[in-house]
Design a protein around this ligand. Structure first.
Ligand SMILES: *[C@@H]1O[C@H](CO)[C@@H](O)[C@H](O)[C@H]1NC(C)=O
Ligand SMILES: *[C@@H]1O[C@H](CO)[C@@H](O)[C@H](O)[C@H]1NC(C)=O
Ligand SMILES: *[C@@H]1O[C@H](CO)[C@@H](O)[C@H](O)[C@H]1NC(C)=O
Length: 527
C-alpha cells in the first residue's frame, strides 16, 4: 500500500496541473503561425488552466480563464501582403553562376530581422505586456521564430518559470543548438533549401555554408540587437539572450516525419504536426458546393495561402496558369482575392475570394491541391489524403515541397520558370491514379500515431508543468563549446598521438636497420 505522503504528493502534482498558470508569448505578426498555436492554447484553457495569451491575433469567443493581451496595432499584419511580381525576375547572370538560389535565401531572411527589431522596440514600451510579465506563472509558451526579445523581457520583469518553445514550421536554423539536437548539415537540410536528407557533394557544400551562415546571421542581425534594445530601454545590462534561449525545457514543432522527412529528435523535441487541424466541419458555401456537385471529373483546389496576394500576379503568368488549367477535364476552384461575391466563373475555373480550405480538401469531389508549400495547407492536404502540386515561393516552402515529393505526396515545380508545359505536366502527374493512391497511403501513415497531435502537445506541456527541471528533456550538447561538440580537441590529441607514434616507429626502425647493417658489415669484414 502506498504511504500517505506519496498519495498527498500525487494529489498535489495532479492538482497543480489542473490549475496551472500558463503564459503564451507570440510576438510574430504572421497569421498562419498563430493558427497553429491557438488550438493548443484554447484546449489548455478548456482543461481548466489559467491561460494568458499575448498575440497579434486574439481569438474570438475565448473560453473561461483565457486572458488576451492584444498586440494589434504594434506592427502591420501579415495577410495577403506578398506581391507575386517579386518572385518573377530571377537574375540570369547569378543563375549561370549557380548562386542565384543562395542569394535569394539570404535576401529573403533580411526582412525577418527588420520585423523582429521593429516589434521588439515597440513591445519593450508596451505597458499591458509589462503588466502580465510581472505576474507569476508555472510555464511559459514562447514562439520560436525570428526573435528572442520576449525571453529578455521575461528576465527583466523577474519571471522565473520553465519555458516551452513552439514552432509553426520545422526548427529554424538557429534553434537546434538551444535544445542540443544535432543538425549535421551532411544529412539535415536547412530550412530554406529545396534539399532532402540525401544530398550530393555540391548540395552538402551549400547546406553546410548556409547552416553556419544563418546561425551567425541570427546572432548578429537579431539576437545581439534585441539585447541592446532591451538594455537601452531599461538602462541596465542583461545576460546574453542565447543563455535564456538555451534554457528551453521542451520544443514543439509543427512537423511529422512521414511528411517532412526524418530528422534527429530528442525526448524534448516533439513533432506535433497536425495539431492545428479543426475537427469541427465548417459549412461549404452553397454556390461552391453546387460547383463541386455538378463536376463530372472532380475538382482541383488551388490556393497560395493567406500571405500571398494572388491578384498581384503578372498578366503573362496568369495567362500561363489559365491556359494550363483550362486544358484539364477537371474543374478548378482558385482562391483569388479579386473575384465576385459568389465567385467568378470562366470556363472550368471558379475564382473565389475565400475558401473553407480544409473542408474542401476533405470533400470527395476534390481530387488534388495546387498549393505553395506552406505547412498549414500541406498538412491539411496530407490529412485529407489529396495529392499536391507545390509551387514554392519563400521560407520553408521549397523544403516542404521537396519533402512532399520525396514521400510520394505530390510534385514541386518552380514558379520563376513556370510554363504552360511544366504546369500541365505537373498537374497530370499529380492527377494520375498512381499519385492519388500514393497520397492516400501517405495520409494513412501520417495519421497512424500513438495519440492525436493536439493531445500529444497538451500531454507534453502538462508534463513540463508537473516536473520542470526535475525531468530534463534536452541533451547536454547545448552546453558544449564548438570545439568540444565537434570533438576537435579529441581529434587533435589523436592526431598528435599518431604523429608521435609514427616518429617513434621511424626512429626505432632506423636504429634496428643501423644495428643490422653494422653487424652485416662486421660479418663481411670477418670473411
Ligand atoms: C478557472 O481557473 C480557476 C483557478 O485558476 C479554477 O478554479 C476554475 O475552475 C477555472 N474555471 C474553468 C471554467 O476552467
Ligand atoms: C533557467 O530556467 C530555470 C528554471 O527552469 C531557472 O531557475 C534558471 O535561472 C534559468 N536560467 C536562466 C539563465 O535564465
Ligand atoms: C450536393 O450533394 C450532396 C450529396 O449528394 C447534397 O446533400 C447537397 O445538398 C448538394 N448540394 C448542392 C448545393 O447541390
Amino acid at each position: 500500500m502506498r504511504s500517505l505522503p506519496v498519495l498527498l504528493l500525487a494529489f498535489f502534482a495532479v492538482h497543480n496541473v489542473q490549475t496551472a498558470r500558463i503564459l503564451g508569448l507570440f510576438p510574430h505578426s504572421g497569421k498562419s503561425h498563430q493558427m497553429v498555436f491557438d488550438p493548443l492554447l484554447r484546449t489548455l484553457a478548456e482543461r481548466g488552466h489559467d491561460v494568458t495569451v499575448v498575440s497579434f491575433f486574439p481569438i474570438k469567443d475565448p473560453p473561461a480563464n483565457y486572458t488576451i493581451v492584444s498586440l494589434e496595432g504594434i506592427a502591420t499584419l501579415g495577410l495577403e501582403t506578398i506581391d507575386l511580381s517579386y518572385f518573377d525576375s530571377p537574375n540570369k547572370v547569378l543563375k549561370v553562376l549557380g548562386i542565384e538560389k543562395i542569394l535569394k535565401q539570404i535576401t529573403e531572411f533580411q526582412p525577418l530581422a527588420d520585423l523582429a527589431l521593429g516589434i521588439c522596440s515597440k513591445i519593450v514600451e508596451f505597458n499591458p505586456l509589462a503588466d502580465v510579465l510581472k505576474k507569476s506563472y508555472d510555464v511559459l509558451l514562447v514562439e520560436n521564430f525570428n526573435s528572442d526579445c520576449m525571453l529578455g523581457l521575461a528576465h527583466v520583469y523577474g519571471l522565473k518559470a520553465p519555458y516551452i518553445s513552439l514552432s509553426s514550421s520545422a526548427l529554424m536554423q538557429w534553434s537546434p543548438d538551444r535544445i542540443g539536437v544535432t543538425d549535421n548539415p551532411s544529412y539535415v537540410p536547412i530550412m530554406s533549401s529545396d534539399f532532402t536528407s540525401k544530398m550530393n557533394f555540391f548540395q552538402r557544400l551549400e547546406n553546410t555554408v548556409m547552416n553556419v551562415y544563418y546561425k551567425i546571421w541570427y546572432r548578429y542581425a537579431i539576437q545581439l540587437k534585441e539585447k541592446a534594445i532591451i538594455e537601452k530601454r531599461f538602462g541596465r545590462r542583461i545576460p546574453d539572450l542565447q543563455e535564456f534561449a538555451k534554457n528551453v525545457s521542451l520544443a514543439l514543432v509543427n512537423t511529422f516525419h512521414s511528411m517532412n522527412g526524418v530528422r534527429p529528435l530528442l525526448p524534448g523535441l516533439i513533432e506535433v504536426g497536425g495539431m492545428h487541424l479543426d475537427h469541427t466541419r465548417k459549412p461549404i458555401p452553397h454556390y461552391m458546393e453546387r460547383f463541386l456537385n455538378e463536376s463530372e471529373h472532380g475538382v482541383v483546389l488551388f490556393s497560395w495561402g493567406s500571405l500571398i496576394k494572388t491578384a498581384s500576379i503578372p498578366k503573362y503568368k496568369e495567362d500561363i496558369i489559365v491556359n494550363a488549367l483550362s486544358k484539364l477535364k477537371q474543374r478548378v476552384i482558385w482562391k483569388y482575392e479579386d473575384s465576385d461575391e459568389e465567385g467568378t466563373l470562366t470556363g472550368n475555373i471558379l475564382k473565389v475570394k475565400w475558401i473553407p480550405q480544409y473542408e474542401l480538401l476533405q470533400h470527395p469531389k476534390v481530387i488534388a491541391f495546387i498549393g505553395h508549400g506552406g505547412l498549414l495547407g500541406m498538412t491539411e492536404a496530407v490529412s485529407a489524403g489529396k495529392p499536391m502540386l507545390i509551387v514554392p515561393f519563400y521560407g520553408d516552402q521549397p523544403l516542404n515541397g521537396a519533402a512532399a515529393a520525396a514521400v510520394g505526396l505530390g510534385k514541386a515545380i518552380s514558379y520563376a520558370d513556370m510554363s504552360e508545359k511544366t504546369l500541365l505536366e505537373g498537374l497530370q502527374s499529380v492527377l494520375s491514379a498512381e499519385m492519388r493512391i500514393s497520397a492516400r497511403r501517405a495520409s494513412k501513415i501520417w495519421h497512424d500515431r500513438l495519440a492525436d497531435p493536439l493531445d500529444t502537445a497538451v500531454y507534453w506541456v502538462e508534463r513540463v508543468i508537473r516536473w520542470g527541471d526535475q525531468d530534463p528533456l534536452h541533451s547536454t550538447a547545448r552546453d558544449l563549446t564548438f570545439i568540444e561538440h565537434n570533438l576537435l580537441d579529441v581529434a587533435a590529441v589523436i592526431l598528435l598521438a599518431v604523429i608521435v607514434l609514427i616518429l617513434v616507429l621511424r626512429i626505432v626502425l632506423y636504429q634496428i636497420l643501423r644495428v643490422l647493417g653494422a653487424s652485416m658489415s662486421k660479418k663481411e669484414k670477418l670473411h
